[in-house]
Design a protein around this ligand. Sequence first.
Ligand code: AGP
Length: 606
Amino acid sequence: MCGIIGYTGSENVRDVLLDALELLEYRGYDSAGIAVKDQETKQTAVYKCAGRVSDLRAICGSETTAAGCGIGHTRWATHGGVNDRNAHPHQVGKVTLVHNGIIENYRELIADYDLAGELQSETDSEVVAALLNHFYEGNPKEALKKTVSKLRGTFALVVLFADQGDVIYSTRNVSPIVATLCDEGAMLASDLTALCRFTNRYFVVPEYHILELHSDKLVLSDFDGNIVEPEYLTADWELNSAGKNGYPFYMEKEIMEQPEAIENTIANRIKGGLPDFSADNVPDTLFTDCERITIIACGTAMHAGLVAQALVKSILHMHIDVEMASEFMYSDPVIDEKTLVIAVSQSGETIDTLEAVKYAKRRGAKCLSIINVKGSSIARESDYVLYTNAGPEIAVASTKAYTTQLAVFYLIVAKMAWSRGIFTTEETQSFVRELQRTPEVMKQVLEHRRDIHLVAKRVLAAKDLFMIGRGLDYSILLEGSLKLKEVSYIHSEAYASGELKHGPIALITQDTPVIAAVTQEKLMSKELSNIKEVKSRGADVVVFIKETIAGSLEGEYEVFELPNMQDEFMVMPASVALQLLAYYVSSDKGFDVDKPRNLAKVVTVE
Ligand code: AGP
């Protein structure tokens, strides 16, 4: 978690750092800070506070002298509460440092090196600054190597040494750092979002290497001192695509971008109307040789896996498990060399998913990952990668990443059904054609977003809410419910409608609105009965129903008709509608939609 930026170059460093931190705020936003080297006094000045980057901007004011070198940080608290002292950067002696990750042995380090007297905060990060200062005798690389050899845990460290001019040093283990050299100077960050205002060329700093940033050059070396050539990647994200583009919140912008994002995800993977992963270097044997599938992911990405599970069962009749990555390793999973493990992650940095991939590979499984961020840790750890090409997703609540993950899953299912002889070529082409209709159908939902806004007003006052559906509808609602909770703070639970009578119906009253999804024709009549059951217990029911079956709904309900697709694909329009619902509830309540309390976009601590 935590956002990191480092910059040395010709631009006004304070502005570069603060602008970058605003873009990185989605990684954590309980405190923020910068350290800049003053060009005249050669002193390193630290500005930091609890609160948002806007608060930091206010305390930096215009008094900060423009300078050419500095580092910055947005924090998601792990060790120590949210206050000014615990904010980064931490300064001990000649060392000024920002850190992302967790140092597990910080207590031992304090005792072993007698660091207690040097510490002002409760953070593990300040212990690293103190240890680095302890080892520093004028040689930054030696001090970094000695310090890192004592650390247990995950870390991305970015350091200014008081007597090393405008040079920034960095090293890492697990927690990511990307870097680049461009016309304006050299910069590094915890992720690409902060760099893409300047360039779309970047490289991932390898673990246990040291990066030196000078205003006109980068030096990357391993711990033995050998110079290493950075392996540059090109992001296909447009420069400036990380802006809000006129929308009040990123979440709305990203919901609206979905038709285009789906197009970008599928267009180059369809040849002659058939799924084709040759450009991704994914061999067909990956899909024909496996006997079982295990999907590992967290949160929304895991919900995309649940939709895939329903499709794989009904179309491929194969054994498939969906595992929460955080539980995977501890649940004695049944995986072997015949298991195709599919890891799903927007960021490609979620630590639980990353560790689960490593574990699955140790057990002999082949790992295919579905990732949005190019070159991210999970992508690099996997045997094969299918990128979702959704562009930067900044809002903490995931929207376009989810639907593009689904789009990739539809292609995988089509590919497997075809290559295993379950679908004929014509059936595969027809399935793919339906997928290609998705962007158009999503646009229809987006055009009716005002109607969803009206629906949202009906649940604004709710404290608790239920979402009910059957089959694929249940999977969609799990995601819809997560979306609503995380941005609106309404307690929402998704239930398989048939389970209601086994307990939760006791909670239904006139104060618990129910949102029902009815998109699966073969389950419709049972679902309609369940809707009546909650209605007759006083619940205000909102129904999202496929338009071709809407006529079957009798009674007084708030209804939103979803444009027609084949049942397997109704997930797509229904998901967009539920995302809009969550968005409007949150924005109508006046919340900071993009930065819900306690959350961070990238979860890099277990
Ligand atoms: C999404 O709305 C959530 N904030 C969260 O559940 C997210 O999907 C999860 O943390 C997984 O992230 P990843 O896709 O980057 O691995």
